[in-house]
Design a protein. Structure first.
Length: 255
């Protein structure tokens, strides 16, 4: 009888784990902006949210066993790459002083590596969940991608060619908006292929939207030479982490 009660309690906890993490993540994100900012506090709080989100994503995969599981493993790889980049960036910031980390730096390799991992995961999810609708969804995704690329070009991409920079800096600067366009285009395929009333998919799309907002703000600050950690756009990067963890923890992810 005790074993049955314990099992029922565990099931109840896992069904509500996504809500618990939403509350805890909101508290941690608030603390990130409220506590006195230092390189150390930002390193611990910001990357703490990222690390816990990655762990909870893996827990959700193990407990709920979503089918197909492959896309979720690619998502985990993407978050791991992004987290590695964040840790490296904040460590560089610790030693950089007021000047801040240089751009580009080694963290950018891991940031950019996240995009193809996520794109592969989304592509496999679309093919597995709705294999018969790939052509129509591809057209819709192309429209979204072209529209977003045009918007980003107007906002800041052309400014990169005005600012004097070497080939490497220019290449890395342009890689971010290009990767964002590719990722959003694939995300658009998920939106038009899968009903967003399925809550885990809705959280995935929200997470990718948060990433796009943060990346756009980052590029604008970068062109202006005013980017630093602790700005409001950090909240959108944190929501990118949290969104994927919540999606994996939601009990309907296995459906």
């Amino acid at each position: 009888m005790a074993q049955v009660d314990r099992s029922a309690s565990d099931d109840t906890y896992m069904k509500n784990a996504w809500k618990v993490w939403l509350v805890i993540a909101t508290i941690l994100m608030t603390a990130y902006f409220v506590v006195e900012k230092s390189a150390e506090s930002k390193l611990v709080l910001y990357n703490g949210v990222g690390l816990v989100s990655l762990i909870l994503l893996l827990v959700g995969i193990r407990v709920h066993k979503p089918r197909p599981v492959a896309p979720w493993l690619w998502f985990a790889g993407g978050l791991a790459s992004f987290l590695t980049a964040d840790v490296i960036y904040y460590i560089i910031e610790l030693g950089a002083g007021d000047a801040g980390p240089p751009f580009p730096n080694v963290a950018d390799a891991f940031y950019l590596a996240m995009y193809p991992l996520m794109i592969i995961g989304l592509t496999r999810m679309v093919k597995e969940v709705a294999p018969g609708r790939s052509r129509a969804s591809f057209i819709d995704a192309a429209v979204v991608g072209i529209a977003w690329f045009g918007t980003t070009w107007v906002l800041f991409v052309d400014d990169f060619f005005v600012v004097e920079s070497d080939f490497w800096t220019l290449g890395v600067s342009l890689a971010y908006p290009v990767m964002d366009v590719a990722l959003l285009a694939v995300a658009a395929r998920l939106v038009v292929t899968v009903h967003l009333k399925h809550i885990p998919f809705a959280f995935i799309v929200a997470a990718l939207g948060s990433l796009a907002v943060a990346d756009t703000g980052y590029q604008i600050y970068l062109v202006q030479g005013t980017f630093k950690t602790g700005l409001f756009i950090d909240a959108f990067w944190l929501m990118f982490y949290v969104g994927f963890a919540v999606a994996a923890l939601h009990p309907t992810v296995a459906r």
